[in-house]
Design a protein around this ligand. Structure first.
Ligand code: SF4
Ligand code: SF4
Length: 104
């Protein structure tokens, strides 16, 4: 039936639009004019894998997009750019991210 084809096409386009939109929203860590911002850090987030629920909330909230995560996996932090703001630690529902003094 033609209308089924039309509806499916509209749905497919909407999904593709949404994926492009999300892709634009997600920034990627990169060397900016400020350089390797990890040198600004006073405290460092440490992920305790045994506590991690692999929910991805830290990845979602990191303002610098320096956390890599895939569904079902423990996230990884790119310390070259992590500024140590602690947002990831604050949003973690499992208290799996500990902020420790840099150099400890
Ligand atoms: S928010 Fe916490 S529990 Fe969720 S993936 Fe990050 S470290 Fe793991
Ligand atoms: S401390 Fe801040 S910059 Fe570093 S990973 Fe956590 S949320 Fe991102």
């Amino acid at each position: 039936m033609e209308w089924v084809y039309i509806v499916n096409n509209i749905r497919k386009e909407a999904i593709e639009d949404n994926e492009r939109y999300v892709e634009k929203l997600l920034s990627k860590p990169a060397v900016g004019s400020a350089g390797a911002t990890g040198t600004w850090r006073l405290t460092k987030p440490i992920i305790h894998e045994e506590k991690c629920r692999r929910c991805g909330l830290c990845w979602l909230h990191c303002p610098d997009a320096v956390i890599q995560w895939s569904p079902g996996e423990v996230p990884r932090i790119d310390y070259t750019y992590c500024k140590g703001c602690g947002v990831c630690s604050s949003v973690c529902p499992a208290n799996a991210i500990e902020m420790v003094l840099e150099g400890e």
